[in-house]
Design a protein around this ligand. Structure first.
Ligand code: ZN
Ligand code: ZN
Length: 423
């Protein structure tokens, strides 16, 4: 049958194992963040366009090329959010939650939108989870968010990730660094890609982000930002390194790390897997002020959900799932009672009420990748038992119907794989 309706180009549905992974990561992240005193906030996906232009920067690729912008019915300029921080800051200022406050810690999760050319692993609607600390600048806050990210990656059993950190310094440091970069590139401008030639005039440091191999080669000769840090900025990143060392967080200094947004200053960092950033963030001390709020420094990170799910090694949720099948002679009341008992033990139980053959019911559980099936029929009713079947091995056993502990334990038990020689 021809499909009449399709999702928009570059926008996809998330289901099955990937959706289960989203769920798992959101719950791990929320639990972790709340232990550190972060509160979840729910933010709109649409904002006035000028909010993003002001915060992210007019000349960034995000704002100049990739925003989903349109006019609403009253002709107002609206955009779908391309990232979460601008909206979070707008919201906290609007609700007057920053003035006179010592500290505010928040986190959010939701879809973000960028109108990029669709390609593998890049979607126009993608999901981010982010956390932010609004407080006086202390490297302990920077260290805390980095430590949380590190813990989360460990909880998700991400293998072989690396953490790079850098300092972008204050405005003065950056302006002397920019001058040095421009000077060093004099006479080489013709060799740079068109994007870099433009960036060199409008947003000099962004050239360091360039992926073009010829540009990269030229930039290798550039001095590092760390040579241009003032005493305060130098001390700050040094203190951050000491805290990370003392907490056993492994990192390396990545002097090419500049981040694609205008609002960063001071420390920035990226957790990478296979050369792509999974969690990235930094400090933005002027953003709240810039958007009309009080003088409130902040730092935070954003996590790319699609990338983390792909890199994570999560326990299959199927281990906590069971299906309950009623066959001839089984009573619906018994099924419901046993299903509820198992749910109270943290097991997800789906009951089938369809009046179909047992074979078909087995097929359905198979399709849903449910391994453990609890069967209740006439024989079981008579003996006050249930039959527990492992769909992968075909093994069946009888368990007393009201021995919930034992039944739950058997469902949750790690599967013992048949040895090859047994077959
Ligand atoms: Zn400085
Ligand atoms: Zn370039």
């Amino acid at each position: 049958m021809a499909k009449k309706y399709k999702s928009l180009r570059g926008i996809r549905d998330i289901s099955g194992a990937e959706a289960a992974g989203f769920n798992e990561i959101i719950s791990k992240a929320s639990e972790l963040l709340e232990k550190y005193g972060y509160e979840r906030i729910f933010l709109p996906v649409i904002e006035y366009t000028n909010l993003f232009a002001r915060s992210i920067g007019e000349d960034t690729d995000i704002v100049s090329k990739e925003m989903y912008s349109f006019k609403d019915k009253k002709g107002r300029d609206i955009s779908l959010r391309p990232e979460g921080t601008a909206g979070a800051v707008r919201s906290l200022i609007q609700a007057d939650q920053l003035s006179g406050k010592i500290r505010r810690k928040i986190y959010y999760f939701g879809p973000m939108f960028r109108y990029e050319r669709p390609q593998k692993g890049r979607y126009r609607q993608f999901y981010q989870l982010g956390c932010e600390v609004y407080s006086f600048p202390s490297p302990y806050h920077d260290a805390e968010i980095i430590e949380i990210a590190d813990k989360l990656l460990k909880l998700c059993r991400v293998k072989d990730y690396s953490l790079g950190i850098n300092s972008l310094g204050c405005a003065e440091d950056r302006s002397s660094y920019k001058k040095a970069v421009k000077k060093k590139l004099e006479g080489k401008v013709e060799k740079l890609c068109p994007d870099c030639r433009r960036r060199l005039k409008t947003n000099t440091l962004r050239v360091l982000d360039c992926k073009n191999s010829r540009c990269r080669e030229i930039y290798q000769e550039l001095p590092g930002m760390d040579d241009f840090l003032c005493d305060d900025c130098g001390d700050y990143i040094e203190k951050l390194r000491q805290i990370l060392d003392s907490r056993g967080v492994k990192y390396s200094i990545d002097s090419g790390l500049v981040r694609g947004l205008d609002y960063y200053n001071g420390p920035v960092f990226e957790f990478k897997v296979n050369d792509s950033a999974v969690i990235a963030g930094g400090r933005y001390n002027k953003l709240v002020r810039e958007l009309g709020g009080p003088d409130m420094p902040a730092c935070g990170w954003g996590l790319g959900m699609e990338r983390l799910v792909a890199a994570a090694n999560l326990e299959p949720a199927s281990q906590k799932k069971a299906a309950l099948i009623k066959v001839e002679g089984g009573r619906i009341e018994t099924c419901r009672r046993i299903a509820d008992n198992l749910r109270n033990k943290g097991i997800s139980v789906s009951e089938g009420y369809e009046d179909i053959s047992t074979g078909k019911k087995f097929k359905i559980t198979d399709k849903n990748r449910i391994v453990k099936v609890v069967i209740i029929g006439g024989e079981e009713e008579k003996n006050k038992t249930v039959t527990l079947r492992d769909m992968e091995t075909g093994k069946q056993e009888s368990v007393p119907a009201d021995d919930v502990e034992s039944l739950a334990r058997k469902i949750l038990a790690k599967k013992i794989l048949a040895r090859k020689t047994d077959v």
